[in-house]
Write a protein that binds this ligand. Structure first.
Ligand code: SAJ
Length: 424
């Protein structure tokens, strides 16, 4: 079977390599010619430290069954077209520019009886109200007669891509029962996880709700953390004891919520609901988006305790990626913190062991002479930070812990002033 994959990002590219390893002939399409050239030369354009990424890529090169191109005409030869382009939000509203471009170009190239599979995350009813009408209009074909549509939202996160891609259950929305068996075949080749078949809109709703559920629960943990600070209680002890009781799973408070999906999907869901205002989503989003400002407030308070105005301080910020041990910087909470520091003209330096732009300096260099270490991302590389060395380098012994990364007792014993989110 010949498949096309449109959009070679964190979803499309792993999928390309995986299907190639399952002996599918793959037409891999992307608008970015620089990325196409790199891939043709056997160079990974991103996520170089993603587990198994290099191995799957090398195997696909050996299989010689992937064509990288920017031309949609190749779709004429394919039976299945998987769409994995980004669906960002701009000002809380979906921006479907990339989706529209992909759908419009594939519409004029699809052959009869082909199946268009949307893996991108869409607001509920987008496939029914936008994708299908656009394809019918431009192709003059009729859905469920001349072509079919499926919605199979991706469920992978950087750092665990192949582990999740090949094991997670998948929800498969189909436009017609006629494509159930072929969709089962292709997704059985992708994952050992359970496959659940539903209608198109249910599939879109499951995806946006599951990530909204996560965002709201993180916001709850963040709000409890702030309450615990006021009460002089350690939120991490509270969380541990709550989670000991069955059916409870309080998520982790932290320095903010970044990434390519959790900050975005709640707005995709909310944008699809017209008659009701989803206040919980709006409130959760504002709580999570405010966590970098909360980290700033903790630093300001700690410096004040040391009789230092933050305006005269120099902050050493550890971590820029949106999550530990990843080089993915999309919606980085550290970027939000930097915006606050710039507004308030506070000096700072950033280190990140994985993000190229911030791995040129060393932790020692940015600590030297700084007044406050701020941990924003729990990269494992920071685990072996030598407190004795830090004491010699830093001019004011303050540690702000945005991810419950350090041991407060140990830090305090070493003579530092420690303030963590939810544990001051
Ligand atoms: N975060 C917290 N507290 C938590 C969990 C996460 O502050 O308890 C923060 C992280 O630091 C990060 C952000 O939220 O900045 C997002 O983290 P994440 O763990 O949700 O990671 P994502 O967004 O890369 O991946 C999630 C995953 N969903 C789950 O783990 C349940 C992934 O499986 C989904 O496929 C992915 O969203 C997606 O694409 O929807």
């Amino acid at each position: 079977m010949k498949v096309a994959i449109i959009g070679l990002g964190y979803i499309g590219l792993p999928l390309t390599f995986l299907l190639s390893s399952k002996k599918y002939d793959v037409i891999a399409i992307d608008k970015d010619m620089d990325k196409i050239k790199k891939l043709r030369k056997g160079v990974l354009p991103f996520a170089r430290n993603e587990p198994l990424f290099k191995e799957y890529f090398a195997r696909s090169l050996q299989n010689k069954n992937v064509v990288y191109t920017k031309y949609f005409e190749f779709i004429k030869e394919t039976d299945i077209i998987l769409v994995s382009v980004d669906t960002p939000i701009i000002g809380k509203k979906p921006n479907y520019k990339a989706l529209d471009s992909a759908i419009s170009q594939l519409a004029v190239n699809i052959k009869k009886k082909s199946i268009v599979v949307i893996e991108s995350t869409l607001a509920p009813n987008t496939t029914k109200n936008f994708v299908i009408p656009t394809i019918e209009k431009l192709s003059r074909l009729k859905v469920n007669t001349d072509f079919y549509v499926a919605v199979v939202p991706e469920r992978i996160r950087p750092g665990y891509i192949y582990k999740q891609l090949t094991s997670f259950p998948r929800v498969i929305g189909i436009s017609s029962p006629k494509i159930k068996s072929v969709m089962r075949k292709i997704y059985k080749d992708i994952t050992n996880g359970e496959l659940d078949f539903v209608d198109l809109t249910t599939a879109e709703t499951v995806k946006t709700v599951e990530n909204t559920f996560r965002d709201v629960n993180i916001a709850f943990a963040n709000e409890v953390a702030i309450a615990c600070e006021e009460q002089g209680v350690n939120v991490w002890e509270v969380r541990k004891l709550i989670n000991k009781s069955p059916f409870h799973n309080m998520l982790e408070p932290g320095a903010g919520v970044g990434g390519h999906c959790i900050p975005k999907d709640p707005w995709l869901l909310a944008s699809s609901v017209k008659k009701h205002q989803m206040r919980l989503i709006e409130t959760a989003r504002s709580i999570n988006d405010n966590m970098p400002a909360h980290v700033f407030a903790l630093a300001e308070e700690a410096l004040r305790k040391k009789k230092i105005k933050i305006a005269n301080a120099n902050l050493a910020i550890l971590g820029y990626a949106y999550v530990g041990n990843s080089d993915d910087i999309r919606n980085s909470p550290t970027e939000s913190l930097i915006k606050i520091l710039k507004n308030k003209r506070v000096k700072y330096e950033v280190h990140d062991p994985v993000v190229k732009k911030y791995s040129k300096t060393t932790v020692e260099e940015i600590l030297r002479g700084s007044n406050c270490l701020v941990l924003m991302v729990s990269h494992s590389a920071y685990k072996n930070l030598d407190l004795g060395r830090v004491s010699k380098l830093i001019s004011t012994k303050i540690i702000i812990d945005g991810r419950n990364f350090f041991d407060k007792e140990k830090i305090t014993k070493a003579g530092f002033l420690y303030k963590g989110v939810g544990n001051v």
